[in-house]
Design a protein around this ligand. Sequence first.
Ligand SMILES: [Zn+2]
Length: 238
Amino acid sequence: MKKRLEMLEQLQEIDVRIDILKNTQSGLYGEMNAIEQGLGDARAALSDLQSRVAALEQEKAELDTSLATEQENIRRSETNMKEIKTNKEFQAVGREITAARKLTTELEEQILQKLALVEELKGEIGVKADNLSELEQNSTQRREEKQAEIDALQHDLDADTERRQAIAGELPASLVKRYDSLREQRRGQAVAVARDGYCLGCNMNLPPQLYNSLFRGDEMISCPHCQRVLILKQQPQQ
Ligand SMILES: [Zn+2]
C-alpha cells in the first residue's frame, strides 16, 4: 500500500510538472503568434500606404489629362478669337477662356496637393519599410529562439509522459481512474499530505481516528472534506 501511495505521489509530481510544461509551451506558442501578428500588421500597414499612393498617382494622372485638355481648349479659343468678327461672339469666347483658365488653376492646385500627399506618403513608406525589414530580421531570430524553447519543453514533456505511463501502468486501472477524476475535480491535486492532524490539501482538521490509521499505512485513506488521497508526512524530528 505504501508503495502505491508513493507511486501516486510521483504521478502527481509528474502531472504537475507536465501541466507547467504545457502552460509554458502554450505561452510560447502565444508569443510566436504575436510575432506573426506583428509582422502581418506591419505588412498590411505598408501595403495600405502603397495602395493609397497608387490611387493618388492615378488621380493625379487623370487631373493631368484634364489640365492638358483645358490648356488645349484655351489655345484653340485664342486662335479662333483672331477670326471673330462680332463683338458679341468675341465676348462669349472671352468668357469661355476666362472660365477655362479658372479651371486650369484649380486643376493645377489639385495636382500640387496630390503631389505633396504622394511625397508625404512615400516618406512614410520609406520609414515603415525600414521598420518592417528590421522587424523581419528580428522576428526570424525571435521565432527561432521560441521554437528552440518549445522543442526543449517538448523533449521534457515526452520524457515525463513516458514516465507517467510507466508508473500508471503499474497501478490498478481503477485507482488511476479515481486519481484522474480527483485531479480534475480538485484543481490538479489528487493527493494531499497529512501532517499534524491536518489535510494540507484543504487545510481541514482530520478526525483523530482517521489520522491515526494513516500511521499504519495499510489502506488508502481519503480526506473526508476534500476526498484527496492522504499521504502521511510528519515533520522531521527537531
Ligand atoms: Zn482535505
